[in-house]
Design a protein. Sequence first.
Length: 213
Amino acid sequence: MSELKNGPFSGFTGRTGQLVGYRKKGKWIMAARKATAPKPPSVLQLNQQMKFGLVTSWLGWVGDFIDLGFQHYDAKMSAMNAAVKYNLDNAVTGVSPNYVMDYPQVLFSKGRLAEAYLLEMATLTPFQLDFTWQNNIGSVQALPTDKAVFIVYNPLKDLFMVANGVVTRSALSYDMILPADFSGDTVQVYMAFTSADGKIVSTSAYVGAIQVL
């Protein structure tokens, strides 16, 4: 707080906003406050920044599906922000500065639609993944028209492959063709379902890690 010593036409002493007033050698002086240097971030803050950067850059590759998969997770957040928060809290592992995604804990979607029942995966043909699942149509939140989504991540090449809505739940199988140069690489695989109108999703399932033929 500043104080006018001799009425409204005098100088002032003290602080008001970014100004400081004082009297020196019979004159009123008004000067800007010196800017204070920002405090350097703490180790905890730096670690959190590294984790945040990892999750946001990783999920950004599948942003279109994230917009659908987390659309109803938190009404106060965008779908991407909700997905980042969930995976930041649950799916990062490692020791600073070598943080990595904890693949089995990752979620690309979270919802009430039924997941695939007795889902299995194999690689029997070069650069191809073969998926099969059992019929659970008629159970709660499982319709024959639900669309399957397959997400494959290749850590060695840092590449995602997404097959979205390529087959319905009633098909009970799908063969996903991968790039030829995925042959010999170990990939991380996920699956989910969306309703035919895209308004409801299942919670994504981690299918597992598999070396591509």
